[in-house]
Design a protein around this ligand. Structure first.
Ligand code: MLT
Ligand code: MN
Length: 311
């Protein structure tokens, strides 16, 4: 299985369009070691020919342009794409807005939880993906399925779904409700394997609020773990003066701290552990920072756009 990180940043990308804080300025100015990053998405393929996107970011057009494997094949018909399916892990803007760029009557299969499919149904703009062209397929809250293309042909990739602690998408929050109206299916994690699902998977969890023991057990099985790296410090947005929300308020556990992912996932045996969905305020985006050094010392890699993973 080949996996490629298309976008390693959180919602807004790096630099975020309106962010003038030092990290964003540094990448804009091209300071050594800083890399621009597009919004959150990965692609996977069993055979290097047919591809599945996991999340469809607002930067999808740029991501496809930067990834020759996702271009129409030179020997393909006049209208064609190797993207045979899209799988969504939640309904956040950074994970669904790219669907709008996949209109143009190109068939693909669209997998998401019932909750996320309902959000797409309720927002009529997603009707540009005509139901007779883009087949909506519900993901179980917990279960395994073989991904198939729009024609039903298997793509050689097996996905196991599992619920992850998180929060309903920002634009769906109900301020009056407990947990802002979050319900099962709002945030999913995925274990991905070639074919039969017998080998150790790539586990993809771009959003996660905490790691209860059942989730940790699942993450322990990963050959490669792509995990929520939104913020390093829970309060970094307030600390740097750019906002008031904590990571926890956004449904993202921090990397550092007693409740953080470095601590919660210490001792995980995955051969590769990679932070993705990195917010424009996260100090690990500066490779010379103490935060980046701490992450690397703990055996984590800092995801970047175009990063390739072979399993
Ligand atoms: C998130 O990951 O918390 C969301 O993408 C935030 C947002 O929608 O701006
Ligand atoms: Mn997000």
């Amino acid at each position: 299985m080949k996996v490629r990180i298309l976008g390693s940043a959180a919602g807004g990308g790096f630099p975020q369009w309106n962010c003038n804080a030092p990290l964003s300025r540094s990448v804009r100015e091209g300071r050594p070691g800083f890399r621009a990053r597009t919004q959150s998405s990965i692609a996977a393929s069993a055979d290097g020919r047919d591809w599945v996107l996991f999340n469809a970011s607002p930067d999808i057009r740029q991501q496809i342009a930067a990834t020759p494997e996702l271009h129409p094949r030179a020997d393909g018909p006049l209208r064609h794409s190797p993207i045979r399916a899209v799988v969504l892990t939640n309904a956040d803007v950074d994970h669904i807005a790219g669907l709008l760029s996949l209109r143009e009557s190109e068939p693909f299969a669209l997998y998401a939880s019932e909750r996320v499919l309902a959000t797409l149904r309720d927002n009529s703009i997603f009707g540009v993906l005509r139901a007779d062209v883009v087949d909506r397929r519900p993901l179980p809250l917990e279960g395994r399925l073989e991904l198939a293309g729009p024609d039903g042909a298997p793509l050689g990739l097996s996905v196991e779904t599992f619920p992850v602690p998180g929060k309903v998408a920002l634009f769906l929050e109900n301020e009056a409700a407990a947990d802002f109206g979050t319900a099962p299916g709002d945030t999913m994690g995925l274990s991905l394997t070639n074919g039969t699902g017998d080998e150790n998977p790539l586990v993809y969890v771009p959003g996660c609020a905490s790691v209860p023991p059942t989730l940790r057990k699942r993450l322990e099985e990963a050959a490669c773990l792509l995990f929520d790296g939104t913020v390093f410090h829970d309060t970094e947005m307030a600390d740097s003066g750019v906002g008031t929300k904590t990571g926890a308020r956004m449904g993202h556990m921090a990397i550092a701290g007693e409740q953080g992912s470095l601590e919660a996932l210490s001792g995980i045996g995955a051969a590769r552990k990679i932070y993705v969905h990195i917010n424009t305020t996260n100090p690990i985006l500066d490779p010379g920072s103490e935060a980046a050094a701490r992450v690397r010392e703990a055996g984590w890699e800092i995801g970047f756009d175009g990063m390739e993973i072979s399993l």
